[in-house]
Design a protein around this ligand. Sequence first.
Ligand code: RNT
Ligand code: ZN
Length: 416
Amino acid sequence: MSYMEAKAKYAALGIDTDAAIQKLMTVPVALHCWQGDDVRGFDTDPNKPLTGGIQTTGNYPGRARTPEELMADLDVVLKLCPGMKKMNLHACYAIFEDGEWADRDKLEPKHFAKWVEFCKERGLGCDFNPTFFSHPMCDPLTLSSHNAETRKFWIEHGKACIRISQYLAEELGQPCIMNIWTGDGFKDIPADRMGPRVRYKEAIDEILSEPFDFNKVKPCVESKVFGIGVEAYTVGSAEFSLSYAAANMDRCIPLMDNGHYHPTEVVSDKIPALLAFFPEIALHITRSIRWDSDHVVMLDDETKEMCKEIVRCGGLEGSVKIALDYFDASINRLAAWTVGYRNVQKALLMALLTPDYKELQDANNWTEVLVRSEELKTLPFGDVWAEYCKVNGVPADGEWFATIKEYEEEVLLKRV
Ligand code: RNT
Ligand code: ZN
């Protein structure tokens, strides 16, 4: 009954809640596997430090230690998240069988066959990321290293990842967004800022010279402002990455992570700026506190504004590739995944339930834009969200956390 009342209230504003629900169910949002194990992966010593300027903090019990554990955890989360889910893997999550092992420059599609099986059984697409961090061949730079041997290793890794991405796209019948991010940078003021950037550019050129179908594989370059231990200089800065993507529009798209900008910059405003030039862009939705801290996404103003821009700019028709990127090791990892994913879904649904005030803006009627936007905030969004969860066959708010608590008791706390 409350949904019918909510539906009528939105209808009075010209909003069709049923259509919004149906629309959102067609939009893929990628769930990052790395929240489940604190970005450790399976291809190197799990106790090695995380490098590349990213950091997980906390030692909440229950981290997934094997592919089986990670997949079991994901299965719990997938059932609690509404919408069209897609997986997002890193190369370090390769699954080796029968004692086999391959270094990152030698990874092959077969090392992801188990993931393909996992995705197929659940009807999911899959995105992919080369892993240019937490590895002995980081010197500490990777693609921008002055050492030709280091560069060669990481270029080969990038090319291997293109082949794996093509395999994922073909097997799963959905495009694979392949994101290139490196933590390359310096702690202190560089003597040479140009050299690493030129080498980085040439290295990405080489990776993208590997043949692939741009309709299936969407290579991205993700920019960053700084990382821990690389505070003074990041090779793949905003200008570098955006320029690279602009100069290579036939094979590459820009990726913005909203944790990767100065604190007063907002990605919501950058979405239409980029879409004025690029037919496709990619996003990592995260939450940063003072730095790129990768906290769990909240239903906060900027998440809502980013989703509003995605919707307003037609991004749900495929031009905006949406992924999540955060990792918190201080709370239950399944709850972290679920809360963040559900929040992005909520923000997208809210955006779809927002009337278009473009005509008021064009008429310079800013008074009414303000009045109507503010009054929208007290509409019964919760009832539409509950209906969305119901239509998707997932629990409503207040009904899913018990599942995680039970799983924690029965499974996670036994992982010692
Ligand atoms: C790091 C970037 C990058 C990573 C993942 C693990 O600052 O955001 O996207 O978080 O690739
Ligand atoms: Zn990111």
